[in-house]
Design a protein around this ligand. Sequence first.
Ligand code: C2E
Ligand code: MG
Ligand code: MG
Ligand code: MG
Length: 278
Amino acid sequence: SQKAKYPERVAFYNLDLEHNLLRKIMLNEALKGALERQEFRLVYQPIVDSAGQIVSFEALMRWRYQDQEISPVEFIPLMEQSGRIVEVGIWVLEEACKTLAKMRQCNADICMCVNISLIQFYDKGFVNHVKRVIEQYAIPGHLLHLEVTESIFRSDQMQINQKVSQLQQCGVKLSIDDFGTGYSSLSVIQNMNIDYIKIDRSFIQHIEQKGLSIVQAVMNMSKSLNFMVIAEGVETYKQRQILEQCGIPYMQGYYFSRPMEQSEAWNYLTAASSEIQY
Ligand code: C2E
Ligand code: MG
Ligand code: MG
Ligand code: MG
């Protein structure tokens, strides 16, 4: 059998599993005190319009643990499982709004996009927290964009609509992140008052080889359903050009800028606004 032929493979497989499990346990332990130890910070990646002008920043979490940067792709799911994401998400929203208030001294119309885990989104304190934070930092609601993934469409339609309308009463905008990768029912989108859809990077990456059909479909939908489209993960000039021809109004990706530390983002913004004035 396969097993008899390659016994060493089986052994390695088990070692990998064990290693992964140990790493998860270790990171979970470390995450317990990470907020208090101030190991988290936010970095900021610009989103630009078709002229290449910055319209907003997306706040992205970073975790430095024992001289290592651990990716949010690894630690966010762990915090979702433990429920810790609710508390940490409160910190993220506050920190992002604090930065937004500061950025507005340079550009009063700049927006801030904040990723919200569904667990946080449906937490009973969430809407009040959003209200409190935008009041505290005197931020007009429409400058705050909350990004949730498509998995939101899996929850009950009534539940979604209730939360969405409560949030929209605060004036904040709602984005669907990583669009196209998960479950989504077009009928649900139709019934939901979405402000932005971010087309996942995977569709942008292969745009030259695999074509534009997905991007075009979302663009067409955006006209009848009245939402704005953002292309994620734009890395090359060619991709930018194709997306521009397709009428995509907003783009984000390494081609324009990588996520930046706060001070760097501030410099980027001030340089961009002095260009406009000039
Ligand atoms: P996301 O919200 O879809 O964020 C975009 C991710 O793509 C970021 O990865 C960003 O650095 C990366 N990216 C941007 N442009 C490019 C590009 O041109 N090429 C490539 N290859 N990548 C690009 P990051 O910072 O590692 O974050 C990964 C994910 O972790 C985020 O995906 C989001 O789902 C989650 N995340 C990050 N910060 C937070 C947070 O504060 N709260 C929550 N709930 N989730 C967060
Ligand atoms: Mg996002
Ligand atoms: Mg995304
Ligand atoms: Mg993504």
